[in-house]
Design a binder for this molecule. Structure first.
Ligand SMILES: O=C(O)c1ccccc1NCC(=O)[C@H](O)[C@H](O)COP(=O)(O)O
Length: 214
């Protein structure tokens, strides 16, 4: 089956359009002020409106409190909320129940224990995204670091919920990652950039083509 492709961290109309024209299925808008991909509410709302109905709009938040959730959901009206922090399964369930929005929980994977931990999230989230763990260095971003993990840990993984692979994917390795893991979706940010936060139209097109052709 053709994989679902998400391009994350889009922050301009031009690069959003590049993702739409390339045939991406989802676009991600990051709300995390320390990130070079952060979008303010008004800019994020305009990007979401541009994409709505054409692809799935994903709002990415990191350990949000209820006020930030309410603000972001009202401004962006996303199809899916990506939680990319240390949210517990209980917090994921509470957010879904309170805000009525489908949730994709991102989980960092480094060993079998992390894979085992995915089951608790599969019970409460609508989708799961497996990513590399962030570096332990001070100030490192929780995601979007262009780091990959050992894909063999998630090869053939079936959690009963849609799954996306991310972390260090790029146009050159995405087909191999899909063939090895047999996961139904991929997510990329750094691998389609020319510099942190600067998306590259040609790399976006090459990524989608490689993923869809895998
Ligand atoms: O992109 C960011 O700046 C970011 C900030 C805070 C939390 C998550 C963030 N990004 C997540 C992603 O873009 C992806 O879902 C994932 O981490 C893969 O990123 P990459 O390895 O750069 O392709």
């Amino acid at each position: 089956m053709t994989p679902t492709v998400k391009i994350c961290g889009l922050s301009t109309p031009e690069t959003l359009d590049a993702a739409l024209e390339a045939g991406a299925d989802m676009v991600g808008l990051v709300r995390f002020p320390r990130s070079p991909r952060h979008v303010e509410l008004d800019a994020g709302g305009a990007l979401a409106a541009r994409a709505r109905g054409r692809v799935g709009v994903v709002a990415l938040l990191v350990d949000p409190d209820d006020d930030e959730l309410a603000r972001t959901l009202e401004a962006l009206r996303p199809d899916l909320l990506q939680l990319h922090g240390r949210e517990s399964p209980e917090r994921v369930a509470a957010i879904r129940a309170r805000f009525g929005v489908p949730v994709m929980k991102a989980v960092g994977i480094a060993d079998e224990g992390d894979v085992a931990g995915l089951h608790a999230y599969a019970a409460v989230a609508d989708r799961l995204l497996v990513d590399a763990k962030p570096p332990r260095t001070a100030g490192a971003l929780p995601g979007g670091n262009g780091l990959s993990f050992d894909w063999r840990l998630v090869t053939g993984l079936d959690l009963g919920k849609p799954l996306m692979l991310s972390g260090g994917l790029d146009p050159a390795n995405v087909a191999a990652a899909l063939r090895l893991t047999r996961i139904g979706g991929v997510d990329v940010s750094s691998g389609v950039e020319s510099a942190p936060g600067i998306k590259d139209r040609a790399r976006i097109a090459a990524f989608v083509e490689a993923a869809k052709g895998a």
